[in-house]
Design a protein around this ligand. Structure first.
Ligand code: ADP
Ligand code: MG
Length: 330
């Protein structure tokens, strides 16, 4: 008799959920990215207890048709790609169709758009029901991992979970200066960025310093934009080096290193600048599909990226140094 069974979808979803979401910040990231993919210009994030009790993301994007609500929480269901080839020209944050399935299998989940809503209770999908009108989409995630002790016990304190979320919202706001973001934690506004505010002004608020300059660098097929600090900013920690690839918040040691090297001899050893740098590359020169949470990416020509970032930072620093020197002369 056969011993191998295909796992029911709700079990498979819970297993897969571990790869996409392991902390509240991952949920915030997936929901914010969905809002931006839906063309939202205003994204509001509310959390309670560092997101452990509640995460709610509301957007003014194009919304979801009621008949699509059950598909939105189904695994591998996406409106963003149609075939394998599309993977090489991705210009949305999402494409795997996994996030909402994963999140709704490990929480009390509700998604509301237009005149309808759908709730999912730890993987048990309810019915689409009428609700009060909302012009956009609201996703509410309560009690994450509450019924999954093996995952719940890995949650950190509300304070540390909140810290991660604050950092993520700062990063995504700097990568999308043309969008408004608001983060409310335990009913207090923690962050508020308007689309009318300049990048520099956002940077000053976020990093708490005035000595910032804009980076605007272009080289065939590659654009590097963002903010970096002047060499007189010398931080003890390097956790304020924010990196984006095609406006996606990523972790990338190689890029961080190329930024740091550009400050070599300009600031002392063991001191660090602050930076928020976005690298815009053609979608076919980067693989964003090497990691389920898409926190890491792979460049097909990482050597070139390294050199370009180094050059972009060095040139920006030299240029601002010269313009400061000129000002002093006059
Ligand atoms: P993916 O983003 O990879 O497509 P998700 O599970 O995150 O997968 O979302 C599934 C689908 O639900 C999306 O493809 C999109 O069509 C829809 N969706 C999710 N969130 C939103 C939103 N905030 N606004 C509009 N549509 C959404
Ligand atoms: Mg998504």
């Amino acid at each position: 008799m056969s011993k191998i069974k295909v796992l029911p979808e709700h079990v498979a979803n819970k297993i897969a959920a571990g790869e996409v979401v392991d902390r509240p910040v991952n949920v915030v990231k997936e929901l914010v990215e969905n809002a931006l993919d839906a063309g939202a210009t205003e994204v509001k994030i509310e959390i309670l207890d560092g997101g452990i009790s509640l995460i709610r993301v509301s957007d003014n994007g194009r919304g979801i048709e009621p008949e699509d609500l059950p598909l939105a929480v189904m695994r591998f269901a996406t409106s963003k790609i149609n075939n394998y080839e599309d993977l090489f020209k991705i210009n949305t944050y999402g494409f795997r169709g996994e996030a909402l399935a994963a999140i709704s299998s490990v929480s009390n989940f509700n998604i509301k758009s237009g005149n309808f809503e759908l709730s999912v209770d730890f993987g048990k999908v309810g019915e689409v029901t009428p609700s009060s009108f909302y012009d956009g989409t609201i996703v509410t995630v309560k009690n994450i991992f509450a019924k999954i002790p093996a995952r719940y016990k890995f949650l950190k304190s509300p304070v540390s979970e909140q810290k991660e979320i604050v950092k993520y919202v700062k990063q995504i706001a700097l990568l999308n200066p043309d969008k408004s973001f608001k983060l409310i934690s335990n009913e207090k506004i923690l962050l508020e960025f308007s689309c009318n505010e300049t990048l520099i002004s956002k940077g000053k608020k976020i990093f708490g310093i005035d000595e910032l300059v804009e980076v605007n660098y272009e080289e065939d097929g590659l654009r590097i934009n963002g903010l970096i600090s002047l060499p007189n900013v010398q931080k003890f920690r390097k956790d304020n080096i924010f990196i984006g690839v095609n406006k996606r918040v990523v972790k990338d040691n190689m890029i961080a290193q190329s930024i740091l090297q550009a400050y070599h001899r300009k600031i002392p050893e063991n001191r660090y600048p602050v930076a928020s740098i976005n690298i815009e590359v053609l979608p076919d020169s980067v693989d964003v599909n090497i990691h389920p949470a898409k926190m890491f990416v792979r460049f097909y020509n990482s050597n070139r990226i390294f050199k370009s970032i180094f050059k972009a930072v060095v040139e920006t620093l030299d240029f601002s140094k010269n313009s400061i020197d000129e000002k002093i002369e006059y």
